[in-house]
Design a protein. Structure first.
Length: 448
């Protein structure tokens, strides 16, 4: 008598697989290191600063290949997806109607890219890479972070930020000879230009400026990494990055409340003075000389591109026409002007509405202390990016701006803060203990 092999339906197999995944997921929560690695804080940090943090390694090991850049982008997506599924489904935030303006703009811009490529418009860069970067590292990353970004915790961000910062600095150290050679004019590498290098260093400088008083560990890290990051930022000689960082911190000081910002400013100023004493006045001279340079080749090229882009916008005022400057076949290095040039005034209207929502959320988040380090960090980075994109990058390549401008909406509009201050929690706990003792003493008196 022959035995028949047991048969399982597709639904049974899928349910078993789902149970195994849930079981593996519950086991992984026991490991603290894995919990930090798969946290929303890691997803945000890697998506925002991970690409240029790994650029030094690509330049050292694969200088003539684009494989390193592709692997970095794929790694960012993998970390994002893993963090999304690691967060429990009931904790993921639902989208609100405030997302509609930016969704409309993304749709308009993608349609314009498709129309230009099929119409044979000459474009100086790889269109497939443009699609990949804008859709996956831009739109997809924003939509994922908007659902899990409100779960970014300070205890996780203070662990992952130093790691990514160290990865960035070690990658630059591996290219020390090339950086030293290029620093005579503008410090940069083939895989990371001086603007991106300065902006990445500024990201970590802003973080350590805001997190300086969080703990003794962050103070120590700021004293170690801060001077090195400041040197990288200075010798990269990016005027746009300097204007953007100074402008964002100025907004923070004007809007924020409390005396802690003055203590932080005093501490950072002392560090800069000590650094200047040991290094000398050369760093200040580099910054002043770069800021006073207004007639170099890059400035002239940008000004010509601005004029051409503005003329193209005026020719197709309402709906736009081209995603590139038709004289140089590349983007005009101005995010807002490129938007007007590509989709016109009507197509750019959702973008301006989105900017209004994001700016309002960023200002209110800075003023509300209950949002703490995470709210201030995302808000300041948003202002930095909003200023920076006016002179660098394209609509499809400025993924950092899209991430901060959408994440700040999630932090302010989607989820109101429920955390109380430590002092109020301690007082409430103490009051509960005292009331418990008084109740027990009254019962004892009643019994006697």
């Amino acid at each position: 008598m022959s035995e028949t092999a047991p048969s399982f339906s597709h639904s049974t197999n899928s349910s078993i697989t789902r149970k195994k995944f849930v079981k593996l997921k519950s086991r992984s929560r026991r490991y603290k290191g894995l919990k930090i690695l798969l946290s929303p804080a890691t997803a945000f940090t890697v998506s925002y600063a991970g690409y240029y943090a790994f650029a030094g390694y690509s330049n050292a090991f694969m200088p003539d290949s684009s494989l390193g850049a592709i692997l970095s982008r794929v790694l960012m997506l993998v970390m994002l997806v893993l963090s999304f599924f690691y967060v429990k489904k009931r904790k993921r935030m639902n989208y609100r109607l405030l997302v509609l303006p930016v969704l409309f703009f993304w749709a308009f811009y993608l349609l314009r890219i498709w129309e230009n490529t099929h119409a044979g418009v000459p474009i100086a860069f790889d269109v497939n890479y443009m699609y990949f970067l804008f859709i996956f590292n831009g739109i997809f990353a924003c939509l994922v972070l908007m659902k899990i970004g409100w779960l970014i915790r300070v205890r996780h961000i203070v662990k992952i930020m130093p790691v990514v910062c160290l990865i960035f600095l070690v990658g630059l150290l591996m290219n020390y000879d090339l950086l030293l050679e290029s620093s005579e004019h503008i410090m940069q590498l083939d895989k990371i230009n001086h603007i991106s290098m300065a902006n990445t260093a500024a990201t970590f400088l802003i973080y350590y400026f805001l997190a300086f008083n969080v703990s003794k560990t962050t103070k120590t890290e700021a004293m170690i990494f801060g001077p090195i990051l400041l040197l990288v930022f200075v010798y990269a000689q990016s005027r746009g990055a300097t204007y953007a960082m100074v402008g964002a911190l100025a907004v923070y000081f004007i809007v924020s409340k409390g005396k802690e910002k003055y203590i932080t400013l005093l501490s950072v100023t002392l560090i800069i003075i000590v650094l200047g004493y040991f290094v000398g006045t050369e760093t200040a001279d580099v910054v002043i000389e770069r800021m006073q340079t207004t007639e170099d080749a890059s400035t002239e090229a940008h000004m010509e591109s601005y004029q051409t882009a503005w003329q193209q916008f005026m020719n197709d005022f309402w709906i736009g026409r081209y995603i590139v400057d038709m004289e140089t076949t590349t983007y005009p290095h101005n995010f807002y002007l490129e938007s007007l040039m590509a989709v016109g005034l009507l197509g750019s209207l959702p973008l301006f509405i989105h900017l209004g929502f994001a700016t309002n959320a960023a200002l209110r988040t800075i003023r509300n202390k209950k949002y703490g380090l995470i709210g201030s960090l995302v808000a300041v980075l948003y202002f930095r990016d909003a200023i920076n994109v006016a002179g660098s990058g394209a609509v499809w390549s400025n993924t950092e701006f899209w991430i901060t401008s959408t994440l700040i909406l999630s932090l302010w509009y989607f989820k109101k803060p429920t955390a109380r201050s430590t002092r109020s929690r301690v007082k409430k706990r103490h009051h509960r203990k005292r009331s418990g003792r008084s109740r027990s003493s009254r019962r004892l008196q009643h019994v006697t």
